[in-house]
Each structure stands twice: as structure tokens, then as C-alpha cells.
Design a protein. Structure first.
Length: 374
């Protein structure tokens, strides 16, 4: 039997790579002669970089400016193919993630994407012809302005001074100096993994929908939304492009700047990562797929990586087993998406706390349990 083991991360407990190793151990206890392939998946947010590295991309680390100016080390990945194309994979969370910032109202206004721009510059230096951006877990609501700042753009105030970094300063910008913008941007294709449909600004935009989880209070949300509205106006004046489109509100509006100044497309996260990592080829060789994630719930059924994978396997006639930290949907709902059997860590762990703190051990047990009963 050939088993493809393709989980997403178990957030707060295991990376996707660690989860795959635990599931493989459990599977081999039931099918000791099976050939297992560990292949972490992601849906374009956090974990995208890890999935790319597991699929053969070369991981690199650069020192960059974090979301509130403290220096950090940020990983990204690169791969050259036989045709001479070079693809870079960058996660906004690596350089400008919420994990690098205390979410307070003040920080929500200060947070910026400058470090992401530094990673893009590093990718350009390495010869990237295509840059894939995963935009989950971000700290900023700056419309991608910080990233463009790192690439040579200067937003100016009425006195001709460069405005401070951060979404809280965007409302003060009255013009854009594009003379120093890196010319290499025009020759690169950007593919941005986006699954949310929020526009850049407005009641359903980046600030109102996501600002509070980044520390913004009511006043900060209004300031950030006003800044994004002004930023969209400046981008439209500079490029003629309307960036207040569905999906532009992801990652604090990060895609907007690249929709304006580059050849950028917004793509569904799972499909993009699947194509990037060669998932279809892996599925072609599989007799069974085992997937999983920390919480399998109603949101999972809307196209998160494990369920999207299950649907792809189902369409090829391959049975899918799921193992999750907890499962909040019914077996019938899972079956509609191709999952023939499922188990949760809460079935084998003595408490939710144990399931979180020793997830690897209980993932081995749960995998063995569901395969023996399948």
C-alpha cells in the first residue's frame, strides 16, 4: 500500500512536518509494509513556506526589520526549475507576523510590512522570476506600503517629507515618489495566495474585519480604514488601477500595493500551494491519503487545505482518512467531501490540555485507532 500523509499544521501544537511524522508512525504500526510519503500541505497562509521546503525548495534566512522595527531573522524559499524559471516563496508572517508584535492599539497603527519588502528584494537579488506570497498571520494594516517602501517607493506628506511607517500614517500621505522604485518589479510575476474576499477598505475591509485581532480599538480601526482609503486613492492616481477589490483586504491590505505596481494575481490558497509543490503527482501514486489539522470544523469545510485535499483525492477515487486535534463536524459532512473515516486526539488523550501538550504521541495513537477501525 502507498500512503500519502498530507496534514496541515496543528496550530499551537505541531507543525505540518511534525504532524506528518507522527501520522506516519501510527500508519506504519497498522501497515508495516506500506510505503509512506510525508507531504505537508497548506492553504496559502502560515505553513506555506514549510510545505514548499518539504517539497524541495531551498530555505534561506535573511535579517529584516520586524513589524515594529525590531530586527528579526525571516525565512523564505527558492527553487530553480529546468526551464530556467526561479520561484521564490515568501510568507508575510515570517517578516511581519503578529507573533513578532504585542497586539495593542498603538502597535496596530505602527505595524508595517517593510520586512516583507526586504525579503522580496532578496528574492529579486537571487534571480526570482516568480514570487509566491502567502499572506496569513500578519501584524500590519498598512496596505503593503511598508513593503513598497523597502523596494524604493516614497509616500510623501504635504511638506514633502516621507511619512512614518505603519498604517496609522497613511492618511497623511498626499503623493507618491516612484522614482526610486525597484525596476525589477516590472519583470516579475507575483502570485498571492488569498482566500478571504474582503476589499481593501470599508465596512468589510481590512481594518474593520481584521484590525481588532491585531490590537486595534475602535479609534485605531477608523484611522487605519481612513489610511487604506487614502492609500487606494494614491495608488489609483499613480498607476490608474483600482485596488479596492475582493481579496485586497487580506493581510492588512498587503496585496493592494502589488496589484497596483506589479503583475500580480490573487489565487486560491490551496490550489496555488498544491500546484507549487506538485501535489497532483503525489496523489497519482497514492492508494490512501491521510490528512489532518488542529481543528476540523465548519470553516474547514469551506476549502481549508485538508478538506480541499480530500476533495481532490475523492475525485481520483482515492479514500481519505482524517485525524484532527478536535472534530466539530459530523461524519456525514466529512463523507460529502471524501473523508471515509476520522478520529480526534480528544478520543485518546485524557484531557484537552494533554492533547495539546503531547499532541505528537496522541496523534500516533489516533492514527492507529482510525486505521484499525476503517
Amino acid at each position: 500500500m502507498r500512503i500519502l500523509i498530507a496534514p496541515d499544521k496543528f496550530k499551537g501544537s505541531l507543525t505540518a512536518v511534525e504532524a506528518a511524522a507522527a501520522i506516519a508512525e501510527g500508519a506504519l504500526r497498522v501497515y508495516p509494509d506500506a510505503v509512506t510519503t510525508q507531504f505537508p500541505v497548506a492553504d496559502g497562509g502560515e505553513g506555506t513556506l514549510e510545505a514548499a521546503v518539504a517539497a524541495g525548495y531551498e530555505e534561506r534566512i535573511n535579517a529584516v526589520v520586524g513589524p515594529i522595527l525590531a530586527p528579526i531573522g525571516a525565512a523564505w524559499a527558492l527553487r530553480k526549475d529546468g526551464s530556467g524559471a526561479t520561484t521564490a516563496v515568501i510568507e508575510t508572517a515570517q517578516a511581519s507576523g503578529l507573533a513578532h508584535m504585542e497586539p495593542t492599539p498603538e502597535n496596530s497603527l505602527r505595524a508595517h510590512s517593510y520586512g516583507c519588502g526586504q525579503l522580496i528584494a532578496a528574492a529579486l537579488d537571487a534571480g526570482a522570476t516568480e514570487i509566491v506570497l502567502g499572506v496569513g498571520g500578519s501584524a500590519m494594516t498598512d496596505g503593503g506600503s511598508g513593503a513598497l517602501r523597502a523596494l524604493g517607493l516614497k509616500p510623501l506628506d504635504a511638506a514633502g517629507n516621507v511619512v512614518p511607517l505603519g498604517g496609522g500614517s497613511l492618511a497623511d500621505a498626499v503623493s507618491l515618489d516612484v522614482s526610486g522604485l525597484d525596476p525589477r518589479l516590472s519583470a516579475v510575476t507575483f502570485r498571492i495566495a488569498v482566500d478571504v474576499q474582503s476589499p481593501l477598505y470599508g465596512a468589510t475591509g481590512a481594518a474593520h474585519v481584521f484590525g481588532r485581532q491585531k490590537g486595534a480599538d475602535d479609534d485605531a480601526v477608523e484611522k487605519l480604514d481612513a489610511g487604506l482609503r487614502n492609500w487606494a486613492s494614491l495608488l489609483r492616481e499613480a498607476t490608474g488601477r483600482d485596488v479596492n477589490v475582493p481579496g485586497a483586504g487580506a493581510a492588512g491590505g498587503f496585496p493592494a500595493s502589488f496589484l497596483a505596481f506589479t503583475r500580480a494575481t490573487l489565487e486560491g490558497g490551496f490550489a496555488l500551494v498544491a500546484a507549487l509543490t506538485g501535489l497532483a503527482e503525489r496523489l497519482a501514486d497514492a492508494d490512501l491519503v491521510i490528512t489532518g489539522e488542529g481543528s476540523m470544523d465548519a470553516q474547514s469545510l469551506t476549502g481549508k487545505a485538508p478538506i480541499a485535499l480530500a476533495e481532490a483525492a475523492r475525485d481520483r477515487g482515492i479514500p481519505v482518512v482524517a485525524v484532527a486535534g478536535r472534530i466539530l463536524v459530523t461524519p456525514e459532512e466529512l463523507a460529502e467531501h471524501g473523508v471515509v473515516a476520522a478520529a480526534q486526539l480528544l478520543d485518546v488523550a485524557p484531557s484537552p490540555q494533554d492533547a495539546m501538550s503531547d499532541a505528537g504521541k496522541y496523534l500516533v495513537w489516533a492514527t492507529r485507532q482510525v486505521l484499525e477501525g476503517a
